[in-house]
Design a protein around this ligand. Sequence first.
Ligand SMILES: Cc1ncc(COP(=O)(O)O)c(C=O)c1O
Length: 372
Amino acid sequence: MAPASSADSPADSDNAFSGGTPPVRPDIAALAPYIPGEQPQGGEWIKLNTNENPYPPSPTVAEAIREAATGRRLAKYPDPLATSFRVKMAELLGVEPDWILCGNGSDDILTILVRSFVGQGESLRMPYPSYILYRTLAGIQGARCHEVSFETDWSLSPAFAASRDGLRLAVIPNPNSPSGTVLRKEWLLEVAEQLPCPLVIDEAYADFAETDCVDLVRACEKVIVTRSLSKSYGLAGLRFGFAVARPEVITQLTKVKDSYNCDTLSIAAATAAVTDTGWLTETRDKILATRKRLEAALTNLGFLAQPSQANFVWCTHPQKSHKAIYEALKAEGILVRWMNFPSWGDGLRITVGTDEEIDAFLAAVAAILQRL
Ligand SMILES: Cc1ncc(COP(=O)(O)O)c(C=O)c1O
């Protein structure tokens, strides 16, 4: 390629790269990175910090991966639309396959949504405290994030639906993280109808809740629902999520996604996982029973435990330091998530593990509370 002449590239001494660290866009340089929960590699941990399923996935998943890895299948590109998954999930949800877009985890779907709807200088609305990744995704676009604080009972003011110049997308996790609380479906529909932009309902945890909002996608053209296989299907390591939206919306989002954002193995595995509906029911029931026990035990230990509709419990202690509890647990090989939300406060988010893991956690925390 011929070297660029000065006529091709206008002089811009501020941005010229003359060695050292290449300059990224100023809004990326200023961006606070999203920091996921700790993922220790190696060592024996009781891991109750990132809302993974404590049970192994359906055995059909490993079979599907083995089969997809045989012969020449991995030599070929994957199906760009993950059709086998879309067909199966459409059947389960009672929609058509063209209402579904698959992604490399629901984080990929959220990225596609923010890239599609929110441009530089525009804004995204989210509740606070909730999933901080939304803020980072807005930042990557050079967009602003308009955060509306939850009330102390984890309800949201109807002001969440208010118009605002440049507002292009609103996102609400339901159930919310870190609280595990849900907003009523009727309330969400009213908000969607009033908002001047699409409303994404992030249902990463909906399989653990009493209701979900997929039918709102039909009821209101502004509603988009996102789902994850990371939590309820025990497939956090696989990376598979999807959106449910009107076909016109899916067509636009498909232009923004990477051509092959899901690979052959993950498509086969995800399709097998959602086909095994018995596994989902059985595992969910075990997690809900353990969640109930965890909530009661935390309350007995003096915590304020927020009743949860997800696979984790948010709790605060009126006297003890949450950070100190987190650190003492970590020293004993038990990881929970200490979360500190400036201007809101901090607390501990405990993922529902197996009964044995939760018993070990409860015994450790009871002893820690005695000595703190
Ligand atoms: C509210 C919420 N949405 C989305 C995600 C991302 O899930 P995935 O693993 O599908 O990318 C998470 C993960 O913790 C989450 O808490």
